[in-house]
Design a protein around this ligand. Structure first.
Ligand SMILES: Cc1cc2nc3c(=O)[nH]c(=O)nc-3n(C[C@H](O)[C@H](O)[C@H](O)COP(=O)(O)OP(=O)(O)OC[C@H]3O[C@@H](n4cnc5c(N)ncnc54)[C@H](O)[C@@H]3O)c2cc1C
Ligand SMILES: NC(=O)c1ccc[n+]([C@@H]2O[C@H](COP(=O)([O-])OP(=O)(O)OC[C@H]3O[C@@H](n4cnc5c(N)ncnc54)[C@H](O)[C@@H]3O)[C@@H](O)[C@H]2O)c1
Length: 442
């Protein structure tokens, strides 16, 4: 592209918002560098999706055994072994990802990057790197409640590194992290209390389905406190006292799961005039900031799309196409599915039930506990809602069940590509399988 700078494209951050696009971009002959202050791969492999799903796997298996009539005996999760398995698996990921980057000629600069000017980034105050285009892909960090004693609380990464599981855990927040980690901690034997900001857990999901998950967790011994006003955390010997609505809750460990905030400070964005707000970096439909050679990718963008790995992958891949001249057009997001890895899962894609009702679309509600394929596993909680537009095309779906993630993945191409009944008739699935079951429901 250019000889004026050290690199054609420099990325700040080495998560999915970067490497899924940077690797193919480097393969096109573009000169690429990546600055990373933490672990290569960023949040998802090291302290997000991959780490979490490995800790969830024994929970999923124990639920399957619990539902089965044929398998007997008590199942106990061994936290220490579960933690070791997680660590053994995720330790492989940073070297694997950096190996892929290096194999296509990407230079990795370890350290904290700060803009000096719109083409120059200084790493750890001593290495200067220049580039024609710079992509800010610095992700999010955990929010900290602004209350006295907030430093006594821990974050999701700390939870996934706990050497032994505390007897009691208080979780502040009932979003993705609050609900997934409540599920894991409860199944592994901790007494969990979830402090909810209002009356709604998992506000992005269909609330009648969320209620089923909450009710199930309550039956398993999790306490939910609605409309909790948390005012302080205090040390009391080895314990922590959480003051909430004037009540004092004594606990061993506190998880702050009250959201994640963008990493937009201390990287010199204000110096070069990049516009941001409290939700992240403001970009146009080409993921370009108001400074024309500076782009943003992944969770750090202020956007309506869910801040998830598939979104970050799509954005970094789009930038690869833009920078290599494959496209000049704007980013057009596909249907991005979402799932909460509680047990059962809740997953959804496309038009939500609430939007469907507003638009007068047909909603087909199926209780799946009587469905043959769900009876094979004796699933006690299983329901789906399919949303059809005025042309009777499937435009949205949500499901609560142990198989919800696979169901949504099966239906995703149908919703995204807006397949008609003739095209649907050309799809035959393996039998018996969840795909075959769900295709029969359309
Ligand atoms: C506990 C947890 C569970 C999750 N589970 C899921 C899930 O199941 N499914 C899903 O789709 N998503 C999940 N997510 C979200 C997912 O991890 C993110 O959407 C994804 O990692 C975003 O990628 P990113 O590249 O935008 O940011 P990140 O992966 O956060 O990468 C940003 C990188 O930038 C680096 N950085 C920041 N500032 C600088 C600087 N100045 N200089 C150099 N480097 C810098 C950071 O160290 C970091 O490595 C989860 C998140 C968490 C926290
Ligand atoms: N399965 C997945 O895809 C998955 C899993 C985990 C995390 N993530 C991603 O990680 C990010 C962060 O997840 P999260 O769970 O931290 O955020 P979130 O926004 O999902 O949930 C935060 C919760 O904290 C509550 N809250 C806020 N202030 C509070 C207060 N003062 N007291 C009590 N509760 C309070 C909110 O009402 C909300 O329920 C999201 O971007 C999400 O996309 C995704």
């Amino acid at each position: 592209m250019t000889n004026k700078y050290d690199y054609d494209v420099l990325y700040i951050g080495a998560g999915h918002g970067t490497f899924d696009g940077a690797i193919p971009l480097a393969k096109t002959g573009c000169k690429v560098a990546v600055v990373e202050s933490g672990l290569i791969g960023g949040t998802c492999p090291n302290k997000g999706c991959n780490a979490k799903i490995t800790l969830d796997q024994p929970v999923k298996i124990s639920r399957e055994i619990e539902n089965s009539n044929e398998l007997e005996g008590n199942i106990q999760i061994n936290w220490e072994k579960s933690l070791k398995h997680k660590q053994d698996l995720i330790d492989q990921l940073p070297p694997m990802i950096s190996g892929l980057m290096k194999s296509v000629g990407i230079d990795i600069v370890k350290g904290h990057g700060i803009f000096k000017d719109q083409h120059t980034v200084v790493v750890d105050g001593n290495v200067t790197v220049t580039a024609d285009k710079i992509v800010v892909s610095t992700g999010l960090r955990p929010n900290r409640l602004d209350i006295p004693g907030d430093d006594l609380a821990h974050d999701s990464e700390n939870f996934m590194n706990l050497k032994s599981l505390p007897k009691n855990i208080v979780i502040m927040g009932a979003g993705y992290i609050g609900m997934e980690f409540a599920t894991i901690a409860n199944a592994a034997g901790s007494k969990v209390t979830v402090l909810m900001h209002n009356e709604m857990a998992l506000r992005e999901f269909h609330q009648p389905f969320v209620q089923k998950v909450v009710d199930d967790l309550k039956k398993r011994g999790v306490t939910f406190v609605e409309n909790a006003k948390i005012t302080s955390l205090e040390e009391s010997g080895a314990d922590i006292i959480v003051t909430c609505d004037g009540q004092k809750i004594q606990t061993d460990w506190v998880l702050d799961a009250t959201g994640r905030i963008p990493n937009i400070e201390k990287i010199g964005l204000e110096k070069i005039g990049v516009k941001c707000n409290k939700h992240g970096i403001i970009v146009n439909d080409h993921l370009q900031t108001n400074v024309d050679n500076v782009y943003a990718s992944g969770d750090v963008i202020d956007k309506i799309q869910p801040r998830l790995t598939p979104t970050a992958v799509f954005e970094s891949t789009y930038l690869m196409k833009l920078f290599s001249g494959v496209t000049t057009g704007p980013i057009v997001y596909p249907v991005i599915p979402t799932v909460t890895f509680t047990s059962p899962r809740i997953a959804q894609a496309g038009v939500t039930v609430e939007e469907g009702v507003q638009k007068g679309y047909k909603i087909v509600d199926s209780d799946l506990t009587g469905d043959w394929y769900y009876q094979v596993d004796n699933e006690p909680i299983a329901e789906s809602k399919f949303i059809y537009d005025k042309d009777n095309k499937l435009v949205g779906v949500t499901e609560v069940s142990d198989k919800a993630d696979d169901v949504i993945n099966t239906l995703l191409p149908i919703i995204e590509l807006k397949l008609d009944s003739e095209q649907l008739g050309r799809i035959v699935s393996l039998f018996p399988s969840i795909s075959s079951d769900v295709m029969g429901r359309i």
